[in-house]
Design a protein around this ligand. Structure first.
Ligand SMILES: Cc1ncc(COP(=O)(O)O)c(C=O)c1O
Length: 371
């Protein structure tokens, strides 16, 4: 082909071709056998009856488009969190909100900053719009505010911070988040991704919603996929200044929340019992799993203290993370081994049911003893 001839097929933009696709948590082993999924941070207790019932009732009308303004859901979110419903955004998963935040404020030549071992979608969201991802070093697997600030240039447009962070479970304090926001240039959008915030004790709140309520350059995102047990319905929400909200509304997909999703989410956010029960279950079994890992310390196992519904377990002895991943898979449990995210010696394990946690700990102990 001469240089002047056009290509014979569509050619993706170079920045799209450079994207490493998102890797979802496994639900089956290599032979296709279904396994118990402790690889996607879903709620092991499932979905509350209120949300399930609302979803079923809403499915009676599937022929008409959903409410494009998600009015009932926005009001329910406003009521649950004491927020102005007109400033509540909604997305097909919080993923959509992360992507549209990047699209609205960054493009080729701009930079988007996030921390090493941050949520893997940030890299995709940055590259998708042609922006340059800039990765700040972590501190002990967690967010290092000074490292982020050292990465800020006059090309920085967006900073993503997951708090608590996935896959490490670490948490930046309210003081750190305030310090980060105060030091950022006012034309940089700080996205505080609170996908796991409902698992926190109230005293650990990072103040993100207050910042989003009062500052022009803060977007908080949340999800119904985790504690609310609605991952299948793909519902995220966000809170920001009226101007940011108005901007993001322009580019979200029209009718981006289905009728069943809106109804289920509105019921779920009002169901405090389900949230409290799920949080209590998570605290109990996260602590229990961490104690079991501590007991395997002689075999080189340790963990990163977690504020979320998963624990990052580190393997520094004879038993490697890969062997533990494979052993657990053989026993019927999918976890997340993360070499692609620079964590070849770590497994992220979602907190499951009582039985699942006991079984995972038993398998890990057997594998460690046999190593
Ligand atoms: C930190 C973080 N943010 C956002 C999401 C996206 O959640 P969803 O699109 O299901 O709302 C996840 C999902 O794993 C996550 O871990």
């Amino acid at each position: 082909m001469s240089e002047t001839e056009p290509p014979l097929k569509p050619v993706p933009k170079t920045w799209i071709a450079a994207i490493a696709p998102y890797v979802p948590g496994k639900a089956s082993d290599d032979s296709g056998r279904p396994v118990i999924k402790l690889s996607a941070n879903e709620n092991p207790l499932g979905t509350g009856d209120a949300a399930r019932g609302a979803c079923a009732r809403a499915s009676a009308d599937l022929a008409t488009y959903p409410d494009p303004g998600a009015t009932v859901l926005r009001q329910a979110i406003g009521k649950a969190h004491g927020l102005d419903p007109t400033r509540v955004l909604y997305g097909t998963g919080s993923d959509e909100l992360l992507h549209i935040a990047a699209s609205a404020y960054a493009g080729p030549g701009d930079e988007i900053v996030y921390v090493r071992y941050g949520f893997s979608v940030y890299d995709i969201a940055a590259r998708r719009v042609g922006a340059t991802p800039v990765v700040a070093p972590d501190r002990d697997y967690g967010t290092d505010v000074d490292a982020i600030l050292a990465c800020i240039t006059d090309r920085t447009r967006v900073v993503f911070v997951a708090n608590p962070n996935n896959p490490t479970g670490t948490m930046a304090t309210r003081e750190e988040i305030t310090r980060l926001h105060t030091a950022l240039p006012r034309d940089v959008l700080l996205v505080i991704d609170q996908a796991y915030a409902e698992y926190l004790d109230p005293s650990d709140d990072d103040g993100g919603l207050e910042l989003a309520g009062s500052m022009p350059n803060v977007l908080v995102t949340r999800t119904f996929s985790k504690i609310h047990g609605l991952a299948a319905e793909r519902i995220g929400w966000g809170y920001a200044s009226a101007e940011v909200v108005e901007t993001l509304h322009r580019i979200r997909a029209p009718f981006n929340l289905t009728t069943t999703a809106q109804a289920a989410a509105a019921a779920a956010i009002a169901d405090r019992d389900w949230v409290d029960r799920s949080r209590a279950h998570n605290h109990l079994w996260r602590q229990w799993l961490c104690a079991e890992i501590t007991a395997l310390g002689n075999y080189g196992l340790s963990f990163v203290p977690s504020f979320a519904n998963f624990v990052l377990v580190l393997f520094r002895g004879k038993l490697s993370a890969q062997a533990a991943f494979e052993g657990l898979m053989q026993a019927g449990y999918a976890t997340r081994w993360l070499p692609g995210q620079g964590l070849p010696d770590a497994l992220r394990i979602t907190i499951g049911t009582d039985e699942q946690m006991r079984e995972v700990a038993r398998v890990l102990k057997n594998l460690a003893e046999a190593s």
